[in-house]
Design a binder for this molecule. Structure first.
Ligand SMILES: Nc1ncnc2c1ncn2[C@@H]1O[C@H](COP(=O)(O)OP(=O)(O)OP(=O)(O)O)[C@@H](O)[C@H]1O
Length: 486
């Protein structure tokens, strides 16, 4: 067979032979601090199941377990043109989705970077003006001659929002570094509709969707074996279908057209798992990140495993060794002293460095952080990146294991989205191995395991479209899309 394309650089052996013992001791300490055993993963999974159940109870618990008001599994036959917008932690995506009605779909999308300052703006309108303006330019571009009737839109809102019906979303709490006043506790749908109406856009908002639920539904549309949708991006989260009979907090609140046997998509929002700090093995860096965050005590699981925090964990760990006088002596630490200066692309790119002398890492550290490093220093930093990524992958699948155990699923696919899953080197293998550790499967290739993690790129756009299609049909048939209102 002939392989085309650039020749692969020689594999890196990753020898630590030239690393002085002082640094090796630091490496050893990090290895102990960041490693999570199979037994620990099993304990975490067990506690996770308890918290998932608490979240479904009327009393509630750490994990919100938000009903998504998608009360049907897609058949794959849904059809038509839909708009989807996806407000993630980092980008706004606007997507035109053409559902083929045969388990296929086509998408055309534009991506708009959310300006950093907008995450913490004091003016709540600013975010919705930004979304409406982005929609306006997208629709003008895609439909230069206008449209005959309003296009149904599914709004993917990737923050914990409670819903009493599908076309509503009350923001419970900002996550992923967002903190805009006067939105928490309010329904974000009218805020978006107001800006759409002001601009006379031919768009009808029919559903508000969480990105994780969207991933679940998109993959259920294309693959009937999908059991969960999971996000490993700026945040971490999972969604699955629960049987209505198993959701005690909805008892007595549903119309007869949502029977006890119906499936209900649940957006777990499990980034808040273990907010009581009972089980997760937190390091001093995790504690420091939590204490310095705008919301101490919240999103404990997310703070140890999501893209928003992995670079920051790395920064704090490097600074710690620096402060002990072990590395980077006489270097200008101005940049490294800046919180959140490194996003997860830093550890990700450093782990990708194929060279024995970590030449690429040298360039990254020099060009982006203004520090010169020796080879042993880079080896320590590289090992730290591996440990941080490995721990994130191992911990983050406990949510998947808990859902499978709880539902009694022995096998199935998990549709995964997010840059950490798609781009962090080794993440997918580490995640699969952690599942194997939890369930005690035989060693083998990840594709042979009973639970298969599959990439669900663009899932939230298609999912929003499928959910918009299901909701539009229910609304037109006069069926309920939420709790019974007195
Ligand atoms: N090369 C990379 N490897 C791994 N992670 C990366 C890389 N580049 C960026 N990231 C991280 O990915 C995160 C963004 O993830 P993603 O692109 O999935 O965005 P998102 O849709 O806004 O996230 P979410 O769905 O959680 O809201 C950022 O936190 C960033 O640190």
């Amino acid at each position: 067979m002939v392989h085309l394309g650039p020749k692969k650089p020689p594999a890196r052996k990753g020898s630590m032979a030239d690393v002085p013992s002082k640094l090796l001791n630091e490496v050893k300490e990090f290895e102990e601090m960041f490693s999570v055993s199979a037994e620990k993963l099993q304990e975490v999974t067990k506690h996770f199941i308890t918290e998932l159940n608490q979240g479904l109870s009327p009393e509630g618990g750490n994990i919100p377990m938000i009903p998504g008001w998608v009360v049907e599994c897609p058949t794959g036959k849904e059809k038509g043109d839909f708009l989807a917008i996806d407000l993630g932690g980092t980008n706004l995506r606007v997507v035109l989705v053409k559902l083929g009605g045969d388990r296929t779909f086509d998408t055309t999308q534009s991506k708009y970077k959310i300006p950093d300052a907008m995450r913490t703006t004091k003016n709540p309108d600013e975010l919705f003006v930004f979304i409406a303006e982005s929609l306006k330019s997208f629709v003008e571009e895609q439909f230069p001659h206008g449209v005959s009737e309003p296009i149904p839109l599914g709004f993917t809102f990737s923050f914990p929002a409670s819903q009493d019906r599908i076309n509503q979303g009350i923001l419970q709490t900002w996550t992923k570094g967002f903190d805009i006043p006067n939105i928490e506790g309010h329904d974000v749908v009218p805020m978006l509709v107001k800006e759409i109406t002001k601009r006379n856009l031919p768009i009808q908002v029919v559903a508000l969707i969480n990105d994780t639920t969207g991933t679940l539904v998109a993959s259920s549309y294309t693959d009937g074996d999908t059991k969960m949708g999971v996000i490993f991006g700026t945040g971490v989260n999972g969604a699955y279908y629960e049987e209505v009979a198993n959701i005690p907090k909805l008892k007595g609140k549903l119309a007869d057209d949502i029977p006890a046997t119906a499936p209900m998509a649940i957006n777990c929002e499990y980034g808040s798992f273990d907010n009581e700090h009972k089980i997760l093995p937190r390091t001093k860096y995790d504690i420091a990140i939590d204490e310095a965050s705008p919301r101490p005590g919240q999103q404990t699981f997310e703070k140890m495993s999501s893209g928003y925090y992995l670079g920051e964990i790395l920064r704090l760990a490097i600074l710690d060794v620096y402060e002990k006088g072990c590395i980077l002596c006489d270097q200008d630490m101005t940049k490294l002293n800046t919180p959140y200066i490194m996003d997860t692309s830093f550890p990700s790119r450093i782990e990708n460095d194929p060279f024995e002398n970590l030449e690429d890492t040298d360039e990254i550290l020099q060009n982006e952080l203004g520090i010169n490093t020796t080879v042993p220093e880079r080896k320590l930093i590289r090992r730290l990146c591996e440990l941080i990524g490995l721990r994130a992958a191992r911990l983050s699948v406990t949510g998947i294991a808990a859902v499978f155990e709880k539902r009694g699923y022995k096998s199935g696919s998990v549709a995964c989205d997010g840059s950490v899953f798609n781009r962090y080197p080794g993440f997918q293998e580490h995640a699969a191995q952690a599942l194997r550790d939890i369930f005690g499967w035989e060693h083998g290739p990840a594709s042979s395991y009973p639970i298969v993690l599959t990439a669900a790129e663009d899932g939230s756009g298609a999912g929003a479209a499928v959910i918009a299609a299901l909701s539009k049909k229910r609304l037109e048939a006069g069926k309920s899309v939420g709790i019974i209102t007195p």
